[in-house]
Write a protein that binds this ligand. Structure first.
Ligand code: BEZ
Length: 238
């Protein structure tokens, strides 16, 4: 069976699905996914290949943010279809030889999965033959503490990810859960969040009365303030 057909018969995981299970060898030993990560948020992400420039810039950046993600109860797990020895040699090169944008001596402490068989990459729809049938695209799966996929972002091989955005997604998802709200365009902690719609303009006006922390833009669009400190207190580990 060619790669195109193999990818066609495995349904791609979607938002709201349970994260597909697998066992894998990694640079930090064997992992059982997602069971071993129960109780934490996890970002499972793929990169096309070790020893390539965009991926190297991404790994240095992500690894320098690993403590920031850990404070948000979010673990990182990387994957490419390279083998363990390649992963180990590449991560050692990153730590010992590469200085990029002031980041140097960066140790990647999170597991990097050996997926030479492409078994995991195919399970997660990371092999997208229109882009490459031999390399994973830059996929990012945000998985919650119950093992449910909450957001997915895909990037092509040529485009390095924005790690501020990945962090923003983790914080926004946790805020939505903690405060039963949604988050508007470009939301960051401290910005107003979206609350259930008032339903009518009269209800919107009524809702506003005596509640300076609320804004009703129309019957379908209402927000309220939540202080940045309150958001961060609810989310970040002390
Ligand atoms: C890179 O990371 O630079 C890269 C990897 C695969 C294809 C193209 C670019």
């Amino acid at each position: 069976m060619d790669t195109q057909n193999q990818c066609d018969i495995i349904p791609m995981p979607r938002i709201g699905d349970k994260a597909p299970e697998f066992k894998a060898s990694t640079t930090q030993g064997e992992i059982i996914f997602p069971g071993q990560f129960s109780g934490s948020w996890v970002i499972l992400f793929s990169h096309p290949a070790d020893f390539t420039p965009v991926c190297t810039s991404e790994f240095i950046t992500f690894a320098s943010l690993q403590d920031q993600f850990a404070k948000a109860n979010c673990k990182l797990v990387g994957l490419s279809v390279d083998g363990l020895y390649s992963h180990i040699a590449w991560l050692r090169t990153i730590q010992e030889k590469i200085e990029y944008r002031g980041m140097k001596n960066v140790e990647v402490k999170f597991p990097l999965i050996d997926d030479v068989t492409m078994e995991v990459a195919k399970k997660y729809g990371m092999i997208q033959p229109g882009e490459s049938s031999t390399k994973a695209v830059r996929a990012v799966f945000f998985i919650d503490p119950k093992g449910i996929i909450r957001a997915i972002i895909y990037y092509p091989l040529s485009l390095g990810r924005n790690f501020d955005e990945l962090y923003r997604v983790v914080i926004a998802l946790q805020t939505a859960d903690a405060f039963s709200c949604a988050t508007p365009a470009d939301w960051r902690p401290g910005d107003d969040v979206i609350v259930p719609a008032p339903g009518t303009c009269d209800a919107a006006k009524e809702r506003m009365q005596g509640k300076p922390d609320m804004t009703c833009y129309d019957w379908f669009f209402s927000t309220r303030k939540i202080d940045k400190e309150k958001v961060l207190d609810a989310i970040l580990k002390k």
